[in-house]
Design a protein around this ligand. Structure first.
Ligand code: ATP
Length: 137
């Protein structure tokens, strides 16, 4: 697949790193196909992270993702899902490779600056969750 979905999470918006992160994304060869600044409601965050509903950190995750605005975007590139996950690095910034977005900008395993879809199937679901067809260029 050639598309993935990302969010710049509340911690990275709050720390004024929207511009730095978008620069890293476009420098890595991704094209922005859709983008918006938005605030997720509790219901929207719960639905987006439904797959994690049974995990012990689910409510913490929902609370964090509704704590401030996020930037949602659709990114295009060959091999987008895998290449984007390589660019963002491991979930825990302590384990994220040098030069990755999370190594540079994540605060912790929970407040980890960015989201990236984990499969082509989920990328399609997540793009449709946040964007109508006419919002995609
Ligand atoms: P994402 O799906 O956001 O790209 P990921 O695939 O690297 O992240 P997952 O294991 O799917 O990580 O967890 C989803 C999100 O839940 C993480 O990005 C992080 O914000 C949060 N999270 C994961 N593990 C923990 C934890 N142990 N405690 C608190 N929050 C966590």
């Amino acid at each position: 697949g050639n598309r993935t979905f990302t969010m710049i999470k509340p911690d990275a918006v709050e720390s004024n790193n929207i511009g730095n992160i978008l620069q890293m994304i476009t420098d890595a060869g991704f094209t922005i196909k859709a983008m918006k600044l938005r605030r997720l409601s509790e219901d929207q965050a719960k639905k987006f992270y439904e797959v994690h509903a049974e995990r012990p950190f689910y409510m913490e995750l929902v609370e964090y993702m509704t704590s401030g605005p996020i930037v949602a975007a659709i990114l295009e590139k060959d091999n987008a899902v895998a290449d984007f996950r390589a660019l963002i690095g491991a979930t825990d910034p302590a384990e994220a490779a040098e030069g990755t977005i999370r190594a540079k900008y994540a605060e912790s395993k929970a407040k980890n600056a960015v989201h990236g879809s984990d499969s082509d199937e989920n990328a399609a679901i997540e793009c449709a969750f946040h964007f109508a067809d006419e919002e995609i260029v």
